[in-house]
Ligand binder design. Structure first.
Ligand SMILES: [Zn+2]
Length: 63
C-alpha cells in the first residue's frame, strides 16, 4: 500500500490515519486515509491541518 511513497508523522484519528509524504519532486503532501473495513476512503491535502481536519470530520458511509 505504501509502495512508492514515504510516510512520515503518521497519526491515527479514530479509524483515519493521517500521514505526511513527499512525492518524486520532494514536495509535501498530506494524506488522510480511512482504514475501516469497507470504507477505504483516502484523499490528499495541501496542508497538514486540512488533512487532520478531514480526519476529524470523516464519517464512514458504512454504519
Ligand atoms: Zn471511513
Amino acid at each position: 500500500m505504501t509502495a512508492n511513497r514515504r510516510f512520515r508523522n503518521v497519526i491515527r484519528i479514530g479509524p483515519v490515519q493521517v500521514a505526511t509524504s513527499y512525492d518524486d519532486r520532494g514536495s509535501e503532501k498530506h494524506t488522510a486515509a480511512c482504514t475501516a473495513p469497507r470504507c477505504n476512503t483516502s484523499a490528499d491535502y495541501d496542508s497538514r491541518a486540512a488533512a487532520e481536519l478531514a480526519a476529524h470530520t470523516h464519517r464512514c458511509p458504512v454504519r
